[in-house]
Design a protein around this ligand. Structure first.
Ligand code: SAM
Length: 291
């Protein structure tokens, strides 16, 4: 490893985690360029891919690969270089390393060994999609990729259904139809789905539609299924509840009705929740009629 020339302003014995463009090279950050120009070596998800980026900016850095299948061994190499006082960078093919990309294990290893890890923030597909989605939910959950098998995917979506926040997924073109179909199947049909495709690239498109309409919209034109996708789903609609019975009291009553006679369940639910006994009684009768 050649050691950095003095005067780059970068730290020695440190790992820089550098975000790179999602597609449009104009999104390369000034600081990201300074770091990639100044480091001794760059750990890359795919060295050939990163070489094209480096060539574009005239950067002649040493590279080595750090991907899903060699991350443990590559992390050992990172540690060795850091112990020699090296200044290193970590990049993935696109966007922010360690976000649905290799790098988390390497960063953990480096931090555990006591070396400094410095983020150089920049492009990220989930944040780019959310920022232009028009979704107004104050909270979101970033899920990344859903399971590839149907049963596991449906189960994963069902487990997210009640979370009071928007949901953000990554998806590949060959699974986009199945993933959207399962979202429409498992989640409330009136939730908004934002399909953000090919962000920062020539065919960028960001479409919002009710989840129930999304499968047919995708099926209608094969171009809509091409490229890279972020899917963002709005938070669930507010629970409607029964007049005079708060949602939490309803939940308590339902639990008790499963175990106890009606009158006892109503009395306990009223005591626990503070809700009206009469309203709970009416609701309990309704529940018993339904079953
Ligand atoms: N680390 C990256 C980031 O910071 O966004 C994500 C890497 S992950 C392996 C790749 C996935 O990110 C794609 O399958 C797609 O879901 C999403 N993605 C990446 N680039 C995208 C783009 N230009 N437009 C939409 N989604 C994109």
């Amino acid at each position: 490893m050649k050691h950095r020339e003095a005067g780059t302003g970068l730290k020695t014995a440190a790992l820089y985690v550098v975000a790179t463009p999602l597609g449009n090279l104009g999104d390369m950050g000034v600081r990201a360029l300074e770091v990639l120009r100044g480091v001794d070596a760059i750990a890359c998800e795919d060295t050939r891919h990163t070489r094209r980026l480096l060539d574009h900016f005239g950067i002649r850095a040493e590279t080595f690969s750090l991907h899903e299948h060699n991350e443990a061994a590559a992390s050992v190499r990172l540690l060795r270089l850091l112990r020699e006082g090296g200044t290193l960078a970590l990049v993935s093919d696109a966007g922010t390393p360690a976000v649905s990309d290799p790098g988390a294990r390497a960063v953990a290893t480096v931090r555990e060994a006591g070396f400094e890890v410095i983020p150089i923030p920049g492009p990220n597909a989930a944040i780019a999609a959310l920022s232009a989605s028009g979704l107004m939910d104050p909270h979101f959950l970033f899920y990344g990729f859903l399971p590839t098998k149907e049963a596991a995917r449906r189960k994963a979506i069902a487990a997210l259904k009640a979370l009071p926040c928007a949901l953000v997924f990554y998806e590949a073109p060959h699974r986009i139809e199945e993933a959207v179909a399962d979202l429409a199947l498992e989640l409330e049909p009136q939730r908004t789905l934002v399909i953000a495709r090919e962000l920062t690239k020539l065919f960028e498109s960001i479409v919002s539609l009710p989840l129930a309409e999304a499968p047919a919209w995708l099926a209608a034109d094969e171009n809509r299924r091409r490229g890279e996708f972020v899917l963002a789903v709005s938070a669930p609609p507010p629970a409607e509840g029964v007049p005079g019975v708060p949602v939490e009291a309803e939940r308590v009553l339902d639990l008790l009705l499963d175990e106890l006679p009606l009158k006892q369940a109503v009395k306990l639910a009223a005591g626990i929740s503070g809700a009206s006994k009469n309203a709970l009684y009416d609701l309990a009768l309704e529940r018993r009629r339904e079953t």
